[in-house]
Design a protein around this ligand. Structure first.
Ligand code: IPM
Ligand code: MN
Length: 345
């Protein structure tokens, strides 16, 4: 029997629609070529879900996800995503950032600082300030708003474990983002040190998050695995996008304890180019590659990776990456066609 997988496709809004469609076409080609089967079920999330069901993350969508082997997500401008992450306890957010030789000039940083950059951000995704007590109020000084950054110690330790396991299989360096000089009740350094006992082969490097942001710019080659809470991980990983050359290139996997996952590009809905056949589908494709990895479809990954390298090396670029000849400007669809040809051969 061939392997069979069900994908819950949640394109969302804006360029989410185009990049998910592009990725699914390429995935179907890989399935055909490497003898596995894909069943794709579409669900609504975000604004379109709200218009139809009065909820940004309706129960029908949740159930569709529940029955799937993986969720492929596009982008939403507002609502739905945090609920989706929480519902399935996707506490692990993996955001790999690598510089690619033929794209190295796309970053604003100097080439010498960028070659060989290979960073894995491990971001906590279902707690912290995005999920703490929040609201608006009024007192004698006026109207105010608040969001609370709260973490259970066990939440910090469970994400730390994941980061250690990743570092162990990489270069063995784990940098921990924290802000203990201002937020002493969130002692990431001590909690991570407790977990470190189980991973003696990993070097732990706690770093104040403000300094970490600077170090990422002045010495990106230093880093291996970076562990961060929800908010810091969000901000730092966009900085990672600037190292890679375009945020449009980066994918991510959000996993729960069971290894079930949500796969999404780290870019947003890009309303200015939505529906124009200009969007870069590579971030979503990179996310899909992480889904294939989770399923253990090694041949398909190797094929896709080879196609990716070849197409970029040949100079094909969507608009976000195009600067001048001899680069070749392509539309989203043209890029998909190139992938289909490469995968076939
Ligand atoms: C991301 C996004 C989301 C986040 C937004 C859309 C809530 O910026 O996935 O990085 O902050 O987690
Ligand atoms: Mn973000």
């Amino acid at each position: 029997m061939n392997n069979q997988y069900r994908i819950a496709a949640l394109p969302g809004e804006g360029i989410g629609l185009e990049v998910v469609e592009a990725t699914l076409v390429i995935l179907q080609k890989l399935a055909q070529k490497h003898d596995f089967q894909l069943q794709i079920d579409y669900g609504v999330i975000g604004k379109s879900a709200f218009q139809k069901y009065g909820s940004y993350f309706p129960e029908t969508t949740a159930q569709l996800c529940e029955q799937s082997d993986g969720i492929l997500f596009g982008a939403v401008s507002k609502g739905g995503l945090l609920e989706l992450r929480k519902r399935f306890d996707f506490f692990v957010n993996l955001r790999p950032v690598k510089t690619f030789p033929s794209l190295i000039d796309k970053s604003s940083l100097k080439r010498d600082y960028l070659s060989g950059v290979d960073i894995l951000f491990v971001r906590e995704l279902v707690s912290g300030i995005y999920f703490g007590a929040a609201g608006r109020g009024e007192d004698t000084q006026g109207n105010y708003g608040y969001h609370t950054m709260q973490y259970y110690d066990w939440q910090i330790k469970r994400i730390a474990k994941v980061a250690f396991a990743k570092a162990q299989k990489r270069r063995g360096l784990l940098t921990v983002a924290h802000k203990e000089n201002a937020l002493p009740y969130l002692p990431w350094t001590d909690l991570v040190a407790e977990v470190a006992q189980e991973y003696p082969d990993v070097t732990v490097e706690p770093m104040l998050v403000d300094n970490l942001a600077m170090q990422l710019v002045i010495n990106p080659q230093h880093f291996d695995v970076i562990l961060a809470g929800n908010l810091f991980g969000d901000i730092l990983s966009d900085l990672g996008g600037a190292l890679a050359g375009s945020v449009g290139l980066l994918g991510s996997a959000s996993l729960n304890e069971a290894g079930f996952g949500l796969y999404e590009p780290i870019h947003g809905t890009a309303p200015d180019i939505a529906g124009k056949n200009q969007a870069n589908p590579l971030g979503t494709l990179a996310s899909a590659m992480m889904m294939l990895e989770q399923w253990g479809e090694r041949d398909a990954i190797a094929n896709l990776q080879a196609a990716w390298n070849k197409i970029l090396t040949q100079g094909y670029r969507t608009r976000d990456l195009y600067s001048q000849e001899p680069e070749i400007l392509v539309t989203t669809q043209e890029l998909v066609e190139l992938f289909l040809e490469e995968i076939e051969n």
